[in-house]
Design a protein around this ligand. Sequence first.
Ligand code: IMP
Ligand code: MG
Length: 168
Amino acid sequence: MESILFSEQEIRNKTSETGNYISRKYKDKPLLIVGILKGSFVFLADLIRAIDIPCEVGFMCAESYEGTESTGEVRITLDLKQDISQYHVIIAEDIIDTGRTLKAVADILKERNPLSLEIITLLDKPSRRIADIDADISLFTIPDLFVVGYGLDYNENFRNLPYIAELR
Ligand code: IMP
Ligand code: MG
């Protein structure tokens, strides 16, 4: 059973604000937005359409979850093609839970010396944090709930819901 936490309209409003912020901050700068697959693909698709400056998009795939419990292990199964030392980089993440996935990805990208690195997450569950990492911007902060929809899955299901819902 699911109950809606954030509607399509609420998500659209926050995404639009974030797109405006990015457009102002990175005007006339080489910008690469890195989506962490698979969960961020819906957010990323809407976010880039809320940005009105030139930008490139890249993808990394980091996997750490089975069912509703983190295994603690992060595997990078797809990497960027771009040389990121030429770009201001924004990581677009679906959700930061323990923070292990994002910490692993952010550490790898920092070693490659981007011009700057900023982390933007759709959702943040700060009460569950284990790794020492935070987003620069989170669109929504939630308590310790398991959520699905708008790209987020439970065993690969529910990614197609246009809203964010709690799964119970
Ligand atoms: P972390 O490494 O524990 O921060 O986990 C991050 C990843 O776990 C996210 O990118 C999601 O794929 C998944 N995840 C964490 N919490 C949820 C949730 O509430 N719903 C769906 N996926 C989640
Ligand atoms: Mg997932």
